[in-house]
Design a protein. Structure first.
Length: 307
């Protein structure tokens, strides 16, 4: 795409954003050019909450489907658009309602906690939602006598289990992008940058987490790099995060643990698709109202616990 055509796209998007009374949200893993035109950049729940607090009538969510669904759960009165309609989270697809109900039936006393990276249908089957930033706090406040089912990320669940000492029944899901990050990638980058701090997302493998100086959500990484005295960081998460970190701390060096940590689904949204979504007010996210209410209850219980 030429610089001139990019400028024209950005200008037209800005014009339609005003006309449609829209807010544009971009997840930290989106393409840099998409992050740059967003009103807010962040993690999925943070973005949905910020959009709910605005007077915008339209939410354009540059991310994957479960994120746009979460925005609709919290803002049912707003039009929610997912520019790349096919963009989905492979980990969210690893847990289904039928399988979860079957697991619940074998552990009827269990508290069911779902990572925010789940569909609205799955959230509706759960007692509590959590994020990578607050999962430890959410789990710690469940009564000790209650068993816990945690879906769908076994690696985040295992990390929280080790941090809290709570036994949990873990769904065998995982993030296909984070499991590409291996301990040898960290060691090699540390050999090249011995002074660097290692920042690892908790969706990573246990052996990668063991090499971290800090285990952080994407929002936690942003805060950490601004406050840390370190000048160089090895970042073990999806590579789109480096664009955000370089803007947050422009005088510092950020190195991907591996360039293989790319989520193809997160790269499906383009400026052209954002423009088309604003022009057509499509593709829209719609959720059955009963499902939405039950999913919202799991999200709101999390917010109450994690406050």
């Amino acid at each position: 795409m030429s610089e001139r055509s990019t400028e024209a796209l950005v200008s037209r998007i800005a014009e339609l954003r005003r006309e449609r009374r829209a807010v544009i949200l971009a997840h930290n893993y989106q393409l840099g050019e998409v992050q740059d035109i967003a009103d807010f950049v962040g993690d999925s729940l943070e973005l949905s909450r910020r959009a709910a607090d605005t007077s915008a009538e339209v939410i354009v969510f540059c991310g994957v489907r479960f994120m746009a669904e979460t925005a609709k759960i919290l803002s049912p009165q707003k039009v929610v658009l997912l520019p790349a309609a096919e963009a989905s989270c492979p980990m969210a697809a690893m847990v289904d309602v039928v399988g979860l109900r079957r697991l619940k039936s074998t552990h009827p006393a269990a508290a069911v906690v779902c990572y925010v990276n789940t569909t609205a249908d799955v959230k509706a089957e759960c007692d509590l939602c959590c994020t990578s930033a607050n999962a430890e706090k959410v789990i710690a406040q469940i009564p000790l006598e209650r068993p816990i089912i945690f879906v769908p990320d076994q690696h985040l669940g295992d990390y929280v289990r080790r941090r809290t000492g709570r036994e949990m029944i873990l769904w065998p899901g995982y993030c296909a992008t984070h499991v590409r990050i291996l301990s040898e990638h960290i060691r090699e980058q540390k050999r090249r940058h011995p002074e660097a701090e290692v920042l690892v997302h908790p969706e990573s493998r246990a052996e990668v987490i063991a090499l971290a100086d800090a285990v952080l959500s994407t929002s936690g990484m942003c805060r950490h790099v601004r406050e840390s005295a370190a000048r160089t960081f090895i970042v073990a998460t999806e590579v789109g995060m480096l664009h955000r970190l370089r803007k947050e701390a422009p005088g510092k060096l950020f190195v991907a643990a591996t360039e293989q940590a790319i989520c193809p689904q997160m790269k499906l949204t383009t400026l052209e698709e954002v423009l088309l979504a604003l022009e057509r007010l499509e593709p829209r996210i719609e959720i059955d109202e009963d499902v939405r209410r039950r999913a919202a209850a799991a999200v709101m219980r999390m917010l109450a616990v994690a406050a």
